[in-house]
Design a protein around this ligand. Structure first.
Ligand SMILES: C=C1C[C@]23C[C@@]1(O)CC[C@H]2[C@@]12CC[C@H](O)[C@@](C)(C(=O)O1)[C@H]2[C@@H]3C(=O)O
Ligand code: AKG
Ligand code: FE2
Length: 360
């Protein structure tokens, strides 16, 4: 009920915004995959300023942003600029290598076009690895000619992004009055945490020769670069360069573009957080995608996906459920169960559906 009325308010705000400010931004489109897309618009997502002194107010703002949008900008995050720049440089150096060199890193997380194992494709290449430092140190040998430099940059970036994720999760927990102040951040701080780092690289259209390079993308404007999905983990901390492309949906399914801001991070609510706080339909994982609108520029993005250890039980925090009036809407499952189910799904599937409790 509450969510529906919030959705209506957002829809109303979006329409008002269109009407007054950007009459030409709202348009219906058909994307390259032939899927009908709903109206697209530009919307201002909330900004969370981590330097804010009033912690109670800050925690309220974070909860509201998670509830209303599921995606928000994080400023004054304290991650040094050089940590981000070094990570970007290492990524750029890797993606500039020849195709055969990049393929050598394949067993350690290089991918091109294929997303997951079930036939999804995107107009990108990527590196994807677990955030465990031993793994990074080992895999760096096949990724970089200077493995220590590469693993140093990656580990520093992960520490920075994890710090931002932990701070946001602590604020969520405070804002909702959960007793255990570190109930969520301790899950992604755990040495056994299953968190991931992903570096995506969307090359421009005219620079690669598809005859020579099987990974050449031939992007044209308004191509889907990365299809619609929600992130399965607890929280994603994302950063992208100054090339637009990220879009997200409101709870009513209206697509809006997230303007680039390379100096700051974006936080996205994932499926696991939706379950942990599901009572009262508080949080919903945000559906998002990448739509290439400037095919002449390289777009890069870096995502830290904060996840719990494999044996962690994903079930609403005790304060969030009060049976019988307000029972959990999901059967308890471990993160390992969810991961197994998720890897048998397509990118855009609603992966939580099989775990829902049906009361009829
Ligand atoms: C099609 C798939 C790719 C994905 C695993 C999945 O089976 C369904 C979820 C996908 C996703 C989306 C967010 C992250 O980019 C990702 C690494 C993740 O954890 O879940 C990807 C998976 C992937 O690319 O392997
Ligand atoms: O590359 C992007 O900007 C988004 C990619 C994404 O959503 C993902 O990798 O899960
Ligand atoms: Fe994503």
């Amino acid at each position: 009920m509450e969510l529906k009325s919030r959705g209506k308010t957002l829809l109303f705000q979006a329409i008002l915004f269109q009407w007054y400010c950007e009459p030409l931004l709202l348009h219906k489109k058909q994307d390259k995959l032939g899927q009908k897309t709903k109206e697209e618009t530009t919307m201002e997502i909330p900004t969370i300023d981590l330097s804010m002194k009033n912690r109670i107010e800050l925690s309220k703002q974070v909860v509201k942003a998670c509830e209303e949008f599921g995606i928000f900008k994080v400023v004054n995050h304290n991650v040094p600029r050089e940590v981000v720049v070094r990570m970007e440089e290492e990524g750029a150096e890797f993606f500039a290598k020849s195709n055969s060199e990049k393929q050598q890193a394949k067993p350690f997380g290089y991918g091109c076009k294929n997303i997951g194992n079930n036939g999804d494709v995107g107009e990108l290449e990527y590196l994807l690895f677990p955030t465990n430092p031993q793994f990074i140190s080992e895999s760096s040998k096949s990724i970089s000619n200077h493995p220590n430099k590469f693993s140093g940059a990656v580990n520093n970036y992960i520490e920075g992004a994890k710090g931002v994720a932990c701070e946001i999760l602590n604020l969520v927990v405070e804002g909702l009055g959960v007793q255990d102040k570190f109930a969520l951040s301790k899950l992604i701080k755990d040495v056994e945490s299953d968190s991931l780092l992903r570096i995506n690289h969307y090359p421009p259209s005219m620079t690669t020769d598809s005859e020579m390079d099987p990974c050449a993308t031939g992007n044209t404007n308004n191509t889907i670069g990365f299809g619609e999905h929600s992130d399965p983990q607890i929280l994603t901390i994302m950063r992208f360069n100054d090339v637009a492309g990220l879009q997200a949906t409101t709870h009513d399914g209206i697509w809006f573009t997230v303007p680039p801001d390379p100096h700051n991070f974006f936080a996205l609510v994932g499926d696991a957080l939706q379950v942990l706080f599901f009572s009262n339909e508080r949080f919903t994982s945000v559906r998002h995608r990448v739509l290439i609108t400037d095919s002449l520029k390289t777009r890069t993005s870096i995502m830290y996906f904060g996840a719990p250890p494999l044996n962690c039980l994903i079930t609403p925090l005790p304060e969030m459920v009060k049976p019988p009036q307000n029972p959990s809407r999901y059967k308890p499952f471990t993160w390992d169960d969810y991961k197994k189910a998720m890897y048998s799904c397509r990118l855009g599937d609603s992966r939580l559906d099989p775990f829902k409790v049906h009361n009829d």
